[in-house]
Write a new protein. Structure first.
Lengths: 385, 383
């Protein structure tokens, strides 16, 4: 199979309400990614776009609207879409463009502008539910993820104090991230003292509403080696979508994340993920999700990720640094852009360019994962140097 | 060396203006069942699934949530392309070509009858700052383009009416078509305009339906039951999204998409090497623009070809022998995949009464509709 590398990365600031349009945010991240690779728009043969539901902006066929800002003008331009998993899927889609042999240089852009939804984008999520069975109940994401956290805590006897530590770690890590929206130095007590939005989820255990964009440049092996001395190779990709009927599943364990991880590990030739993955960026839109996902990724035993966290295993200077960027809880959560931000972070970490965020274990291989839909999709990418 | 990729299974439901008895999931299930049976595969033998959908057409946000069950794709690699049917086909094609999958499925569907106000949904695709305040009806955007095309082509509105008469007549032979009719160009021209110079009969009618194609590497395809149709080349492109900056007479996106597909397929003289064309005809005049892209013609030459009658089903360059969207019905992004299915049946010699005798190669050209400037192209050939 044709080898594909990440050769450039760019990121806009993440913020609650950007004055820039989605086109402008896309342009900012895309041009920065191109600049970092020493390329111009005309060197790019195709563009992949990722963005969440059109309901946020109220723009139908949002991908078309964003196309010129993302650099897609008069180019093959494709919007791949798996809800919250779109950010990490966008690199998978871009990878397939290059791996297929159709293109040598592909720009991948992820944009999200949630702020146009007034008063709060959570209201837009009513439209993701089944129109007959679920919408009449008036659910929102905070409620259903609170259900899932509850189930996770109940199944393994986990306490909320243990989960609060995720917020503490990630928001602290984000203090070193120049694009971060809600970095903070907090104690677990402060997290648990924040108001309950849907029990057992407290406000400081939820990622914020954000606007932002991220971008990377992918290149085929022979081209990548000419562009940079430090290509970051895409070693494995995996994704899996579970049934739409989430009410029929045991929410204690994200089996679809395991399916996706196993697919990516197989492709990357990884047999012992806990030894062979050196830095991880699991998806953390809620504090419990990072732990839940580390278990699904086979990087922690089921129900034991909270113990690993408490003993420092996932700290930036720990055995397996997890969300050294600060994650969605610290940097922010412009949905699709947040997923690609995780790939950007791995790119910088593996090249030793992460500055104050640099992990200390000299990583050779990293993993990013995102999750979305109705607690349903896992997207996993393994990159290495 | 990359894999060669073939369509090894075709399944679709007949298109219908309304389908109150079926949900979109039931339609997809029916199309998938037919496609899998045609290819001789079970869902477990399929490595990856691609679905094509846009949230606002479905009335559901993150609409990919509702894709896996009816395809037999639960806990499998499934993703959605919020784009054209041919972009979905390209996504599946690339996964097979790269070697990541041996067998892939692409699905698209339309439940257009669930949309109460099409124009209002389409208007939401206009730039919210610069274009929406005009409160322009999307069909008027097409009418502007049609007027510019006819002007630069130095063609009369009659040629567009001729496209309608041809395509709806062709659809009478197509068992999947919803809008077959025997019409004369004069009758089309007598119809009331939607927005001058575009007449009601020049706008394709909406249709419901689902289509599923099974793709496989050529190597794997040979061991399957279905008759493989080779995907020789594929391409897609987007032009200027804003109304103010785009060229109006020429479909530049279609030219770029065709050039990419021809490059991949190593086609040098499309008029000689391609036996039939299925090109987007959401609005009748679009067939002329897209035909010009497919044949590398100047603005206006497509109109003259049509006037000469050479694009008839039994002409030397058959265009839309299926009846096109005007004859079959328009199902948004699913339309391109429906037309690919029609072309694949032609390549297999299984197109029945609409069969183009001796057709060995076909090109499909698509467009995402108003107000986009995005489209795709694919070249198929018989084995």
């Amino acid at each position: 199979m044709r080898r594909v590398a990440v050769v450039g990365a760019g990121l806009s600031l993440f913020m609650r309400r950007a004055l820039e349009t989605g086109k402008e945010l896309s342009y900012y991240a895309a041009s920065q990614a191109l600049q970092s690779a020493g390329l111009r728009r005309q060197d790019v043969q195709a563009v992949v776009m990722a963005s969440g539901p059109d309901a946020f902006d109220g723009v139908h066929m949002k991908g078309e609207y964003l196309s010129d800002g993302a650099g897609g003008w008069r180019k093959p331009y494709l919007r791949a879409y798996v809800g919250g998993g779109s950010g990490v899927f966008s690199i998978i889609s871009g990878w397939s463009l290059v791996a297929s042999g159709l293109f040598d240089v592909v720009l991948v852009v992820a944009e999200e502008k949630m702020s146009p939804t007034q008063p709060h984008p959570q209201a837009a999520f009513i439209s993701i539910f089944d129109h007959t069975i679920e919408r009449p109940l008036g659910p929102n994401l905070l409620w259903i993820f609170a259900l899932e956290q509850n189930r996770y805590m109940h199944a393994y006897g986990i306490r909320n104090e243990e989960i609060a530590l995720v917020s503490v770690k990630n928001k602290r890590n984000a203090l070193d991230h120049p694009a971060a929206q809600i970095a903070a130095e907090l104690t677990p007590e402060q997290v648990l003292a924040s108001e309950v939005v849907a029990w057992p989820v407290h406000r400081l255990m939820v990622s914020p509403v954000s606007d932002g964009a991220a971008a990377i440049v992918l290149a085929a092996e022979e081209v990548a080696k000419r562009i940079t001395a430090q290509p970051v190779w895409v070693e494995g990709v995996g994704w899996a979508l579970d049934t739409s009927y989430w009410g029929n599943r045991d929410l204690a364990y994200p089996r679809y994340v395991e399916d996706a991880a196993r697919m990516a590990y197989k492709m990357a030739g990884i047999t012992e993920p806990r030894r062979q993955i050196h830095v991880a960026e699991p998806y953390d839109p809620f504090a419990y999700k990072e732990l839940h996902h580390l278990e699904g990724l086979l990087l922690a035993d089921r129900g034991k990720a909270p113990e690993d966290l408490a003993r420092g295993r996932f700290n930036r200077d720990g055995e397996l640094p997890s969300c050294p960027s600060g994650g969605l809880l610290g940097v922010g959560n412009p949905i699709a852009a947040a997923g690609l931000m995780k790939i950007c972070e791995l790119f910088w970490q593996l090249r030793g360019e992460a500055g104050k965020r640099q992990v200390h274990n000299n990583p050779k291989r990293g993993l990013a994962q995102a999750w979305g839909d109705l607690m349903q999709i896992g997207t996993v990418v393994v990159v290495g140097v | 060396m990359e894999n060669q990729v073939a369509i090894v299974g075709v399944g679709l439901t007949p298109l219908r203006p309304v389908s109150p008895d079926l949900s979109f999931r039931e339609m997809i299930f029916e199309a998938a069942t037919r496609a899998y049976a045609d290819a001789g595969v079970t869902p477990r033998e399929i490595d990856t699934f691609v679905t094509v959908a846009e949230d606002f057409h479905e009335g559901t946000s993150i609409t990919d949530e509702y894709t896996p069950d009816q395809l037999g794709a639960v806990r499998r690699p499934v993703h959605t392309v919020a784009g054209d049917g041919l972009q979905g086909l390209a996504a599946a094609y690339m996964l097979v070509r790269s070697g990541a999958a041996d067998v892939a499925v692409v699905e698209a569907h339309s439940k257009a009858s669930n949309i109460v106000h099409h124009e209002e949904i389409l208007a939401l695709a206009l730039d919210p700052t610069y274009e929406r305040p005009w409160r322009v009806n999307p069909h008027a955007v097409a009418a502007l383009e049609m007027r510019r095309y006819l002007h630069e082509a130095n063609a009369s509105p009659e040629v567009s009416a001729q496209v309608v008469a041809k395509n709806r007549g062709n659809a009478l032979r197509n068992p999947f078509a919803a809008y077959g009719a025997s019409l004369s160009p004069e009758e089309v021209l007598r119809d009331a305009p939607v927005a001058e110079p575009l007449r009601g009969l020049e706008v394709s009618g909406y249709a419901d339906g689902a289509v599923v194609l099974v793709l496989a590497s050529m190597e794997r395809g040979r061991s399957l039951a279905g008759r493989p149709v080779l995907i020789r080349g594929i391409g897609w492109a987007s032009d200027e999204p804003s109304l103010s900056g785009r060229p109006w007479a020429q479909a530049v996106y279609a030219h770029l998409a065709c050039e990419m597909a021809y490059r991949v397929a190593a086609i040098h003289a499309p008029a000689d090497e391609i036996d039939l064309f299925e090109v987007d005809d959401t609005y009748a005049y679009k067939e002329l623009q897209h035909l010009e892209a497919a044949l590398r013609l100047e603005v206006g030459e497509g109109a003259r070809l049509t006037v000469s009658g050479r694009t008839a089903r039994d002409g030397e360059l058959p265009v839309n022998p299926s009846g096109g969207s005007l004859g079959m019905g328009y199902g948004y992004d699913a339309s391109a995949l429906v037309r690919t299915a029609m072309a694949a049946l032609q390549m297999r010699g299984e197109a029945g009464a609409m069969q183009v005798t001796g057709a060995r190669s076909a090109a499909v050209v698509s467009w995402r509709g108003v107000p986009t400037t995005s489209g795709g192209a694919v070249v198929l050939s018989a084995q």
